[in-house]
Write a protein that binds this ligand. Sequence first.
Ligand SMILES: Cc1cc2nc3c(=O)[nH]c(=O)nc-3n(C[C@H](O)[C@H](O)[C@H](O)COP(=O)(O)O)c2cc1C
Length: 219
Amino acid sequence: MDNFEIMKARHSVRSYLDKPVEQEKRELLLAKTGEVNKESGLNIQLFFDEPKCFNVNKPGYGIFKDCKNYFALVGPKGADEAIGYYGEKLVLYAQELGLNTCWAAMSYKKGNVEPVVNKGEKLHIVIALGYGETQGHERKSKTLSQVSDYTESDPEWYKKGLEAALLAPTAINQQRFSFTRNGSKVTAKAGTFVYTKMDLGIVKYHFELGAGAENFSWK
Ligand SMILES: Cc1cc2nc3c(=O)[nH]c(=O)nc-3n(C[C@H](O)[C@H](O)[C@H](O)COP(=O)(O)O)c2cc1C
């Protein structure tokens, strides 16, 4: 599968099968998590066979069923954009391995998650992981012109980057981000609301995959 196929196939999945992640895939995911931590300085941790995380009586948002694995995204306070960017790397890698995911800011119980959190760090969010009952479904999306200065005379890479950005998960599907372009310099900005900085990191990773990192630089 190419990057676009992976991004298109990914949807948030909240109900999971009672099917353990195979040892081989566990090892690949752990290795990828280590790689991402090395690159970013984050302290992301991966837990398998731990059903407590999503045992919430009345979640503020989506309800999860039978999820037993998750990434705990730990990192320096204020590292929201990096958490989004590197977390989404892991999400798309899991998708490539045939697994399903869902970012969860509110639908889990913080007291039931016990990652190592060093001085100056915090647990920002978790990402559910496993074999979904379904592959999830397409949802509503904003248009290119609602999130950018795009016009039809713009280069193809810009369009592809924006299309990829619109496939990215954002909290409550808010898609509160905006892109502008000046030649090969691209600016991406977060709107103001909850989790928009984390969303921005997620969306920038998608944009890079769609546009091709060789075609532009961030301003
Ligand atoms: C930062 C962030 C936090 C989220 N928190 C939750 C959550 O607490 N509960 C939940 O059910 N979904 C949560 N989601 C999933 C979003 O609702 C979902 O990504 C969005 O509706 C778009 O759907 P899609 O992921 O299928 O494209 C979160 C997503 C992001 C990016």
